[in-house]
Design a protein around this ligand. Structure first.
Ligand SMILES: NC(=O)c1ccc[n+]([C@@H]2O[C@H](COP(=O)([O-])OP(=O)(O)OC[C@H]3O[C@@H](n4cnc5c(N)ncnc54)[C@H](OP(=O)(O)O)[C@@H]3O)[C@@H](O)[C@H]2O)c1
Length: 352
């Protein structure tokens, strides 16, 4: 099945322009089949500013950021690329019930971690608005898709295990990092449970893979190891003092009886003073154990014309684009919650 085609550019709102949202806005502006019609700004300092300034586009777009949801709905967008730091169910409901298809990187793969009441509100909003919601990203997102595709080479599958194995020091989202335990006292009561809760979207992605491969999970578990910093690190946007969490390695695991059939997790470090339990692979390690075993490491590498020092900007493109590239597919989808297991493979576009 090829990408759906429309007889006009799809009208898209970009929701926030942080690390990921700014790459999404840039991508929308670069595509002839998408039109950036609005930008939502959470920060008061961004309201009224041109989208070009907020996402590093070379010429003014005439689209100014607003914090007025009603004004954005009045633009009658086909879709919203929704990339806030923290998602908000009330906002999602407003978008969906007004017919705006939502593509998001913000803690959504299947909606499985939502309360039954919130999930029902989302499904009801989709039904009333004739709209869909879809979540992806790099990890979770692209990694799960690659894992599911690799499993297609196997006579049988025992376990799919996906590990994000990276140094996160240049990922400037202090809110996200602190939520994942970094810079906290490793002995903080409830820290493991808090990291489980904050990273629960990985459990959604594990369940999605299991479902796609025909398994009915009995339960999900979470295990995590914290490693303390052996010295102080000042990362500019946050500090990791000696003795606080500088390494987090954990897995959300899905089980059929006593068999761990899907595992989605992370081996993350921050700062230069930490020895993680396992050496970093500097990429996404995707392993399928079965007959045969399959393994790949997805690495995001700079093209020749990449001028920015460090690779984090590329990592943000890698995270944003599985969501932004999904817009035509999600607009074409039947109303409701759609996942990576429901849609045809989402491709990028050949440069015009
Ligand atoms: N699946 C994946 O691979 C993956 C990877 C990384 C991150 N993510 C998720 O993607 C989302 C965006 O990540 P990011 O790195 O772009 O985040 P970010 O830059 O830290 O924040 C995104 C934007 O959220 C807005 N914001 C700030 N504080 C907020 C608050 N208290 N409530 C609501 N919005 C707030 C700001 O909007 P303004 O710019 O308008 O002020 C900010 O720029 C997060 O939900 C993150 O967990 C997914």
């Amino acid at each position: 099945m090829s990408a759906p085609r429309f007889d006009r550019p799809l009208r898209v709102v970009q929701w926030t322009t942080g690390n990921i949202g700014r790459r999404s806005a840039h991508a929308i502006l670069s595509r002839p089949d998408l039109e950036l019609v609005g930008v939502y700004a959470h920060g008061a300092d961004k309201v009224g500013r041109d989208a070009a300034e907020l996402c590093g586009w070379p010429e003014p777009t005439g689209v100014r950021a607003t914090d007025d949801l009603a004004a954005l709905l009045a633009l009658e967008p086909d879709a919203c690329c929704y990339n806030p730091l923290w998602p908000d169910v009330d906002t999602l409901v407003r978008l969906l019930e007004n017919g705006v298809n939502v593509c998001t990187s913000a803690a959504w793969i299947t909606g499985g971690k939502q309360s039954p009441a919130d999930r029902a509100r989302i499904e009801d909003a989709c039904a009333r608005g004739g709209s869909s919601i879809f979540g992806s990203g790099a990890h979770p997102g692209m990694t799960n898709l690659v894992g599911m595709v690799l499993s297609g080479s196997c006579e049988h599958v025992d376990e799919v295990r996906i590990t994000e194995s990276v140094d996160c020091s240049t990922y400037e989202s202090a809110g996200t990092q602190i939520a994942m335990g970094f810079s906290q006292d490793p002995a903080t009561p409830g820290l493991a449970e808090s990291v489980r809760r904050e990273s629960e979207v990985f459990a959604e992605s594990a369940a999605m893979m299991a479902d796609a491969m025909g398994a009915r999970l009995d339960r999900m578990t979470f295990d995590v190891t914290f490693t303390a910093a052996t010295g102080d690190s000042d990362l500019g946007f946050m500090t990791i003092p000696e003795g606080t969490v500088a390494g987090v390695m954990g897995y959300h695991r899905g089980w059929v009886g006593e068999r761990n059939v899907v595992s989605v997790g992370f081996n993350w470090t921050m700062g230069s003073h930490v020895d993680p339990p396992k050496p970093l692979a500097h990429g996404h390690v995707i392993q399928v154990f079965g007959r045969p075993n399959m393994r790949t490491v997805v690495q995001c590498l700079p093209p020749k014309d990449w001028a920015e020092p460090g690779y984090m900007g590329l990592g943000m493109i890698y995270t944003a684009l599985p969501v932004t590239n999904a817009v035509p597919y999600v607009v074409a989808a039947e109303p409701g919650i759609v996942t990576l297991a429901d849609l045809p493979p989402i491709t990028g576009r050949i440069r015009a």
